[in-house]
Design a protein around this ligand. Structure first.
Ligand SMILES: C[S@@+](CC[C@H](N)C(=O)[O-])C[C@H]1O[C@@H](n2cnc3c(N)ncnc32)[C@H](O)[C@@H]1O
Length: 375
């Protein structure tokens, strides 16, 4: 059987993503399975087509909309989006973008795809607003602008051309902002000892811990993600001990650890570049649910922290609720905690913690807070 072409693979992946599957999961499965025969260059092209078309969905739909008069089947719509993305964002010559997309279109719709894409190729876009132009839901666009003003706009635009994370010296591929969190964890506890990472999968930060730690415990609630964590630990840091439990209610003893990292589940609004479909899946309502879990994780982290131990809270988001508000409320509840300055020149000072916005260094947006337990 002939191997699928890059565009065929991209189209299959997009159809699954539009049906609700996670982009990174679908891509990894497709590239690992059917894409095995592709060259590195073709794999990068499939990735670009899938991530870019998913990310720019709102803008692409605006380009297509004048030429579509009826509801389309999902595979046809995915084909049109793929073609329009190439025409307007990859600068693929129009005849190639149209012909190569028509070649992979569902046969019953090849005439329609051809006709619509030819028209889209000639469009000089007029955008009704910047949320459409930069392809974000209105609520995310407004939230960033209300919270950060022009910096929020810069952050959103920056996440449309995200960082390509590089391998660490041990080969694990990790974003730079995540590495800065691990460095801050190490710097705050130069004598090492026992560390617990309460929310550890897939294991990026746990495996990046420095050499001073004598014991590293990596906890994760989700059994599937814990399997991935175990694999990463075996490959990159075999001494890590993996535990599968709810980090808000663990079996670690009181005052067990010299340091605890709560790299909490969050809205991920600082990592929208890396997760191309996330902007379409997160809801505003989810944020207040997440802050409940974040609070509960911090309480459990403090229970298992030794006196003089260091607690680090980090999130790859930049909403006020999940960063300053959670951190302030926690500190208010616990006067035995002393706030620590965040080490590392990359961090902006932010509400007694540190912050990196996506456009500062072309990384994920990340917030971090650290406290030392005094009593
Ligand atoms: C931001 S990710 C952690 C990333 C990880 N620290 C790394 O650097 O690779 C958050 C993780 O917390 C897990 N999680 C969510 N709720 C949890 C809970 N109550 N207890 C423990 N883990 C939880 C999620 O499944 C997810 O794997």
């Amino acid at each position: 059987m002939k191997s699928p072409t890059s565009r065929q693979l991209a189209l299959q992946a997009l159809t699954e993503i539009h049906a609700g599957s996670r982009a990174n999961v679908v891509l990894a499965a497709f590239l690992g399975d059917q894409g095995r025969g592709l060259s590195e260059r073709d794999r990068a092209f499939v990735t670009e087509l899938v991530q870019g078309t998913t990310r720019m969905r709102r803008a692409v739909d605006h380009l297509l909309q004048p030429f579509i008069s009826r509801k389309l089947d999902p595979d046809v719509l995915a084909t049109l989006r793929l073609g329009a993305y190439q025409l307007h964002y990859l600068r693929t010559p129009a005849h190639a973008a149209v012909n190569d997309t028509v070649a992979v279109a569902p046969r019953r719709a090849s005439g329609l795809v051809n006709a619509v894409l030819r028209k889209v190729a000639d469009v000089h876009p007029e955008w009704p607003n910047e949320a459409t132009q930069f392809s974000y839901p209105d609520w995310i666009w407004n939230l960033f602008l209300e919270t950060w003003g022009p910096e929020g706009r810069a952050a959103l635009i920056s996440m449309n051309t995200p960082e390509r994370p590089l391998p660490r010296s041990d080969g694990y591929i990790q974003g730079q902002a995540s590495r800065w969190v691990s460095e801050a964890v190490d710097d705050a506890s130069p004598n090492g000892g026992t560390i617990v990472d309460l929310c550890a999968a897939p294991g990026g930060k746990a495996t990046a811990c420095g050499a001073a730690w004598s014991e590293i415990w990596a906890n994760e609630i989700d059994p599937t993600r814990a399997r991935a964590l175990r694999e990463v630990a075996e490959n990159y840091r075999p001494e890590i001990q993996v535990v599968v439990s709810d980090g808000t209610n663990t079996r670690f003893d009181d005052r067990f650890a010299d340091a605890v990292l709560v790299d909490a589940p969050c809205s991920g609004l600082g990592a929208l570049g890396r997760r191309s479909d996330a902007r379409w899946q997160i809801s505003k309502e989810a944020i207040s649910r997440l802050t409940g879990t974040q609070n509960a994780l911090l309480e459990e982290a403090l229970r298992i922290l030794k006196p003089h131990g260091v607690l680090t809270y980090s999130v790859c988001t930049i909403t006020q609720e999940e960063t300053c508000d959670v951190a302030h409320a926690f500190h208010e509840r616990h006067q035995e905690l002393r706030n620590l300055d965040i080490q590392g020149r990359h961090w902006r000072q932010y509400c007694d913690g540190g912050l990196v916005l996506p456009h500062d260094y072309k990384t994920d947006g990340m917030a971090i807070f650290q406290w030392q337990r005094e009593g």
